[in-house]
Design a protein around this ligand. Structure first.
Ligand code: NIG
Ligand code: FE
Length: 428
């Protein structure tokens, strides 16, 4: 008789399990939902998933931590695939300026916006930025998020950008949340380069990208491709260089005007393009063919008081994967809750509950290049889960951030969750 395989954790029975696994997805069951399911975890990974009654006898559960989740809905750990996680300083005053009619780009040009955060971030110590990052990650995890993409972009110098990416590396090491680091040195032109923006682009290309790549500080390179920021020519130069250095590509594209960022994303086969309020319909087939994920950011649309949404119906029709993220940042989206963002995305973009859930799991995983590792409950995938105290999973999407998880697991370990009523220290 062969020896049995020891199980570390057994989750069973589960009221409803949204597996998002190809094995269980059918036309009638687009999220691969299993009732009375079981998940067996060994180390950091999922060893087995299926119906509770079908658990094979070859597994030894005698020493397993067995958790009864009847009545709960289990989802893959949520993925926030677009954030500007590390910065210091508040820009709350800009909200009121926009209420009174100022635009995002006017505020940026007048020295506010990203520039204001760059100054405040420069003044903060490494430890201050690290502490803010820890608090923010804990807040996100309390809301079911287990993986966070995080962009630099508030340094805008070789040292400043490197420091932000080093803070992210320390956060990834010390916090149970997983960070996907993105270099966004091309976030805006710093004032000292106002007369010669091309020189800043040269610095990004010749100094920053080689340094970031040499120290393996980022997996992705992103660019804010927009009129008056980085045009298509500069963005292409930066992204092509980044690719030569082994980074994968993302673009802040067509957010404030049709600036050509979406077309560039398709041309370069970028992993993702983000915002996309002004994405021209004609670009969408190329997008689909390039396999680029459309990352939609409804909080930024709301806070910038935009009267335009991305071309959601065409993206859907053409089969472009749609992901949803918070865009957490101090200006256009001071929001840490992916759950709230999900409700907002559903209501403003008219995305179905299934589309929203895929948008923060399988499609978000693809947007961060981790689609083989996270975003599904499937054998061999990381044991990342969020458990919600509801039988009807639609409530997770419809309750505007109020349905919080009871438990969260990251890489096979339970995450200590702060009390849901704990006040948030000033983090935005
Ligand atoms: O995704 N659009 C550019 N970047 C961010 C905003 C960053 C900021 O305002 O500090 C965004 O909305
Ligand atoms: Fe952003």
């Amino acid at each position: 008789m062969g020896s049995k395989i020891k199980i570390d954790r057994a989750l069973a029975p589960i009221g409803g399990l949204l597996t998002l696994s190809e094995r269980f997805i059918t036309g009638d069951n687009p999220l691969g939902i299993l009732a009375q399911a079981a998940i067996l975890v060994r180390g950091e990974k999922i060893l087995w998933v299926g119906k509770q009654d079908d658990v094979p006898a070859s597994f030894d559960l005698t020493e397993a931590d067995i958790v009864d989740l009847s009545g709960e809905t289990v989802m893959p750990g949520l993925i926030d695939c677009h954030t500007h996680l590390v910065f210091s300083g508040s820009r709350a005053g800009e909200f009121d300026l926009r209420v009174k009619g100022a635009t995002y780009l006017e505020i940026l040009k007048a020295g506010g916006g990203i520039g204001a955060t760059v100054r405040a971030t420069q003044e903060a110590s490494f430890d201050e930025l690290y502490d803010l990052g820890i608090q923010r990650l804990s807040h996100m995890m309390r809301r079911g998020v287990t993986t966070v993409e995080a962009k630099s972009g508030y340094g805008l110098s070789p040292e400043g950008e490197r420091r932000l990416l080093e803070v992210m590396r320390a956060l990834d090491r010390d916090h149970s949340a997983e960070i996907v680091p993105t270099f966004l040195g091309a976030h805006t032109i710093p004032p000292r380069y106002k007369e010669n923006p091309g020189k800043y682009v040269e610095s990004v290309i010749q100094e920053m990208i080689p340094d970031v790549a040499d120290k393996s500080l980022a997996e992705f390179c992103d660019v804010f491709c927009e009129e008056g920021v980085f045009d298509v020519t500069a963005s292409r130069k930066i992204l092509e260089t980044a690719r030569q250095y082994g980074l994968r590509l993302k673009i802040h594209a067509d957010q404030l005007a049709a600036s050509g960022g979406g077309a560039l994303a398709a041309e370069l086969k970028a992993t993702s393009a983000e915002h996309l309020e002004y994405l021209p319909e004609a670009v969408i087939p190329a997008f689909r063919d390039a396999g680029t994920v459309a990352v939609l950011l409804p909080v930024a649309g709301l806070y910038l008081m935009m009267d335009r949404i991305p071309p959601v119906a065409s993206l859907r029709r053409q089969g472009v994967p749609i992901a949803i993220a918070t865009d957490f940042n101090p200006g256009s989206a001071p929001c840490l809750s992916l759950l709230t963002t999900m409700t907002l995305a559903a209501a403003t973009y008219r995305l179905s509950t299934e589309e929203i859930i895929k948008g923060v799991t399988i499609h978000a995983a693809r947007a961060v290049g981790r689609e083989k590792v996270i975003g599904r409950v499937e054998e061999g995938y990381q044991a990342d889960f969020s458990m919600f105290p509801v039988r009807d999973y639609a409530l997770i999407v419809t309750t505007f951030g109020e349905t919080l998880p009871t438990r969260v697991m990251k890489r096979g370990k339970w995450v200590p969750l702060a009390s849901s009523t704990q006040p948030l220290k000033t983090v935005v």
